[in-house]
Design a protein around this ligand. Structure first.
Ligand code: NAP
Length: 281
């Protein structure tokens, strides 16, 4: 029951009404038996810093989503190494009176890769589609895991070049978007573009016209599977959408706040229920 000792957690973003985070974190709170509630708060860039500090000082914390992850990175007193490296913070809480920030998208991505492949990206040749915020978490995860090479293809080529130079760790190169992957064969293709969110979007990568990759990880998630996941499986290619990444970034956030293992299975079950109900975004 919500009472005077209940701690308040929130996801801050704009828009945020579509966020699945409350639907994952409230079941996690219940499963873990902690006294807290998790809500979604829409806010502008100017309010992010004050809301983060207020929630944390009040004994709670939360997450930050689009478009405020960079503002959140600037707002924390103690950014983690990954917040500094990616320039983005998606999780915050108070520790020893200081506002701390973490980027749990990186761990979420690495966990999703391992879950799909049965091992990390070590030694793999990877094609990364997209160069936005999700791509930043992905390329940091891939370099930490020791991927052999990362080819980046993005609609706006200059953003791909910037990403490769900033976070590519000397093992990233850029493919001109008009060329596509050509005849190159990759061990893993990661879609971090927004393509696939809408049912009439074109495929970000067509497994029928490219050399078949070893596996496809689509960071997009929507009710049912994404068209890219369906197309990959139809060609016998192991594939997964972004649900596992979302659950795992939430699990690491839970562990930052509560300093105990997250109830991962309860979070996965909640995600599956949200999917069946038609939640997206
Ligand atoms: P973002 O920063 O806005 O980046 C969007 C990316 O998509 C950019 O590379 C953009 O290319 C590309 N793009 C957008 N529309 C396109 C189109 N019509 N054709 C080709 N490329 C297009 O967004 P984000 O935060 O990276 O998120 C991207 C996707 O990842 C979203 O679907 C989001 O839901 C998903 N995501 C999933 C998780 C998870 O936990 N599973 C976490 C984060 C994000 P330009 O540079 O040319 O604009």
């Amino acid at each position: 029951m919500i009472g005077a000792s209940t701690r308040l957690f929130a996801v801050l973003g704009d828009p945020v009404a579509h966020s699945l985070s409350p639907g994952i974190h409230n079941p996690a709170i219940e499963a873990a038996g902690v006294d807290a509630v998790y809500v979604a708060l829409r806010c502008g860039a100017a309010e992010v810093s004050g809301l983060m500090r207020g929630l944390a000082v009040g004994g709670g914390g939360g997450n930050v989503t689009l478009p405020h992850k960079e503002a959140a990175a600037a707002a924390v007193d103690e950014p983690s190494k990954l917040v500094v490296r990616t320039g983005a913070c998606n999780t915050f809480w108070l520790e020893d009176g200081r506002l701390r920030g973490e980027n749990t998208d990186v761990a979420g991505f690495r966990g999703a890769v391992s879950s799909l492949l049965g091992h990390t990206a070590r030694g793999l040749h990877v094609l990364l589609l997209g160069a936005g915020g999700a791509a930043r978490a992905a390329i940091v995860g891939l370099t930490l895991d020791g991927a052999a090479s990362v080819a980046i293809s993005n609609r706006t080529e200059s953003r791909a070049r910037q990403l490769a130079a900033e976070l590519g760790d000397g093992r990233a190169r850029v493919l001109p978007p008009e060329d596509g992957p050509g005849g190159l064969r990759f061990d893993l293709v990661v879609n971090s573009t927004a393509l696939g969110l809408q049912s009439d979007d074109p495929l970000p990568f067509d497994p029928s016209t490219s050399a078949p990759p070893g596996a496809v990880l689509d960071l997009v998630y929507r009710p049912g599977e994404t068209a890219l996941v369906r197309a990959a499986r139809a060609h016998g290619i192991p594939a997964a959408d972004g649900a596992e990444m979302l659950v795992r970034q939430g699990a690491q956030a839970f562990e930052c706040w509560w300093r105990r293992p997250a109830p991962l299975e309860a979070m996965r079950r909640a995600m599956e229920a949200l999917r069946r109900e038609g939640g997206a975004g």
